[in-house]
Design a protein around this ligand. Structure first.
Ligand SMILES: Cc1cc2nc3c(=O)[nH]c(=O)nc-3n(C[C@H](O)[C@H](O)[C@H](O)COP(=O)(O)OP(=O)(O)OC[C@H]3O[C@@H](n4cnc5c(N)ncnc54)[C@H](O)[C@@H]3O)c2cc1C
Length: 561
């Protein structure tokens, strides 16, 4: 047994607990900013059953910033594999409807972004983030290391961690602890942060099975997702998890916990395919689908991000993508606080900005689940009769229509906004609609600064990241001097970029637009502010800004239309 004398004191600014995609993204972004951090992960990082596979368009924009687009595009998921979603009674049975999508590599990015969403399952994506995080000089990754407990006072956090192989325990003192430790977060629990929502939507069972010749057993062709609809309604899905020989079969289940034997699982897979065939079950993972969001994301020196802060149904593919959004919002705020230019309110704004986004995405994911299960029972759906055909036509039509909301979600990924944020300066303009499907590009404060191609071939997004960026349209640096001087006086890193691009100027709508390190607009106007120092103090969380009433929309209005 380790003795107290084994204990060693280390001081790092940030301890990240959890090496899933969100912890790795946070370590990556902190490292990219040169901030020292230690990430601990209780496992060796191997992924036995990939969960996420959709890397959303905003996450890809962050990968662009980190220089990881090439690595994601080079991952082994075949880029010409059709991404259709099919609704069917079985793979060899009746097709009720289909939403067609080309292979990921065959779809150009939409006009709203320099990137496209990618299909890169967790067992391919996590290693990309891991390698990137490990390559940062200021980042230390320690696997097989588990957080046991921690306490905090006004200046530090003291954590006890254990080596999972030797049992040796160690105490470390850090300035901040961030729980990226998943849905059952010890960090969240220790901080006493409650979750609200619904703790059980379904008890679902995921099975990865191998069958290299599955495509030859049916006539439906290549597709990403198959939604199985039987006489009882929607009951299972099959997903092309690596686009080659492995498939993820999910028995959706219900609110009653249920364990399946291997024979039952095999029978269910045969039912879904509609015939007997040879396959190998690689792994079985029972899990609980939840609809929960944390009441707040910060308590003193402890913060939470990713599944630790929000647990949602995978319907929509929002979970990790929301978590990586948390990491990017939090990272520059931690960096600013550690570097000394962030004010007392900066870390508080993390919860104010991100919790409503978590709540929105959790609700949307549950809505997608409800739509997927909305079919209800149709005892004749498999009947080879005119009545059966009529039922299939009706179900197919209605289901195809309602499922579109899940397949087209640019608004979810790009349209989130930090309405009422204490570190953004409102300009009094109304917000564009907040919709799951449509995204309206806007440079209104609180929104993601929109993408536009520049004459030199770069995206506007390439201008943002390491510091505040003050864009002046048809303006000289001398005109921007009051704000640049104020930033310098407060040690806020800020760069001026003069743009003479009329189309971009039209999109951004004001002569001066100030974009934060995370790519969100902090302030915009046609002229310099009357009190530049006060503006800078508000944006760095060191002074109160305009009241929430100054925003056109109610505070935190992040609900979907
Ligand atoms: C079937 C399925 C499909 C999904 N598809 C998508 C998708 O397409 N797109 C998407 O965005 N999301 C998807 N998700 C959700 C996504 O997988 C999660 O949101 C994401 O993995 C959360 O990442 P995380 O890093 O927050 O947490 P996790 O991935 O859960 O990682 C937490 C880590 O913390 C470690 N840990 C826990 N406690 C400790 C401790 N005390 N000490 C040290 N380490 C600890 C754990 O070992 C774990 O590695 C899907 C989920 C499921 C179930």
């Amino acid at each position: 047994m380790p003795s107290a004398s084994d204990a060693r004191e280390t001081i790092e600014p940030v301890l990240i607990v959890g090496g899933g995609p969100v912890g790795l993204a946070l370590a990556s972004d902190l490292g990219w900013r040169g901030i020292r951090c230690l990430l601990i992960e209780q496992t060796d990082g191997s992924i036995y059953q990939p969960r996420m596979d959709l890397v959303g368009i905003r996450t890809m924009e962050f990968c662009r910033r980190w220089g990881l687009v090439g690595a994601v595009e080079a991952s082994p998921y075949p880029r010409d594999y059709a991404q259709d979603n099919i609704y069917l009674t079985s793979l060899t049975g009746y097709e009720l409807g289909r939403e067609r999508f080309p292979g990921i590599g065959q779809a150009p990015p939409p006009p709203e972004s320099p990137q496209r969403r990618e299909r890169c399952p967790q067992n391919m994506f996590d290693p990309i983030l891991r390698e990137f995080a490990a390559s940062q000089k200021s980042v230390t990754l320690r696997y097989r290391t588990r957080l046991l407990s921690f306490t905090q006072d006004s200046a530090t956090v003291t954590a006890t961690v254990e080596n999972a192989d030797t049992g040796a325990r160690e105490q470390m003192t850090v300035r901040y602890i961030v729980g990226c430790d998943g849905a059952r977060s010890l960090v969240r629990e220790t901080l006493g942060i409650g979750m609200s929502g619904n703790a059980v939507l379904t008890y679902t069972t995921n099975v990865i099975f191998r069958c290299p010749h599955l495509l030859s057993l049916h006539d439906k062709g290549k597709a990403y997702r198959h939604i199985l609809i039987g006489p009882e309604g929607t009951w299972a899905t099959i997903v092309a998890i690596n686009g080659r020989d492995q498939w993820r079969f999910s028995i959706i289940g219900g609110s009653e916990q249920r364990e399946y034997t291997t024979e039952e699982i095999a029978a269910a897979i045969r039912r879904a395919v509609g015939r007997d065939f040879e396959f190998e079950i690689l792994s079985v993972l029972p899990w609980v689908r939840r609809e929960l969001v944390a009441e707040r994301y910060r308590e003193g020196r402890g913060l939470i991000a990713g599944d630790a802060a929000h647990a949602m149904s995978p319907t929509g593919g929002f979970g990790m993508n929301t978590g990586i959004g948390d990491a990017v919002d939090l990272s520059w705020k931690l960096a600013a606080t550690i570097d000394g230019w962030g004010g007392d309110g900066l870390l508080d704004s993390y919860s104010v900005e991100r919790q409503p986004v978590g709540a929105r995405n959790v609700a949307e994911a549950s809505g997608n689940l409800r739509r997927m299960l909305s079919v209800g029972a149709h005892p004749d759906i498999d009947d080879d009769t005119p009545q059966g055909a009529a039922t299939r036509a009706k179900v197919g039509r209605e289901f195809s229509e309602s499922m579109r909301r899940e397949w087209f979600t640019l608004g979810i990924h790009l349209g989130y906004r930090y309405e009422g944020s204490p570190i953004c300066w409102p300009d009094g303009t109304p917000a564009p609609p907040n919709e799951a499907r449509a995204y309206v590009a806007t440079a209104r404060p609180g929104h993601r600064a929109p993408h536009a191609w520049l004459a030199d071939g770069h995206s506007t997004l390439d201008l943002f990241g390491r510091r505040f960026t003050l864009i002046g349209f048809d303006a000289e640096a001398a005109e921007a001097a009051p704000l640049l001087d104020a930033a310098r006086a407060r040690r806020v890193p800020m760069e001026f970029v003069a743009l003479r691009e009329p189309k971009v100027a039209d999109l951004y709508e004001r002569r001066f637009v100030l974009v934060r390190p995370d790519g969100h607009v902090a302030w915009r106007d046609d002229r310099m502010p009357a009190d530049p120092l006060h503006l800078i103090d508000v944006l760095r969380g060191a002074a109160d800004g305009p009241s929430v009433a100054a925003w056109h929309e109610p505070a935190n209005a992040c609900k979907l239309a």
